[in-house]
Design a protein. Structure first.
Length: 119
């Protein structure tokens, strides 16, 4: 189990089956967010936040909703809005402590063009 939280501590994410790697995606939004994603399902990644404490952003086909803390603005995770993958979720591991983040390997994903891992 691994836990991360936003800057103000209002949003906490628990990874019940944490991975030893995170993904850096270069798509138009992930590169702007600077996120490092740890993927899972709604059963393996739990988000705890106060009522009304989250804000979502989705664009285009709206298959993903990027979620941030309404208090401090940190992007905490994304959730699938796709009927094909309704339980997919990813935690932004940039919210982990620097010590924990150093322990994780980084995989690079080309979400801008080829939709393949570059490693």
């Amino acid at each position: 189990m691994r836990e991360v939280e936003c800057h103000c501590g209002a949003v906490r994410i628990t990874l019940l089956e944490p991975s030893e790697t995170v993904t850096s995606c270069n798509c138009s939004i992930c590169r702007r967010y600077g996120a490092l994603w740890s993927y899972g399902t709604l059963e393996t990644i739990k988000v705890t936040a106060p009522s009304g404490g989250l804000e979502e952003y989705a664009w285009g086909e709206k298959g993903l909703a990027f979620v941030r803390c309404r208090g401090c603005g940190c992007v905490t995770h994304w959730e699938s809005r796709s009927a094909e993958y309704p339980d997919r979720i990813a935690a932004n591991m940039r919210n982990a402590s620097p010590e924990d983040l150093l322990k994780l390997g980084v995989r690079r994903f080309d979400g801008a063009e080829t939709w393949t891992y570059l490693d």
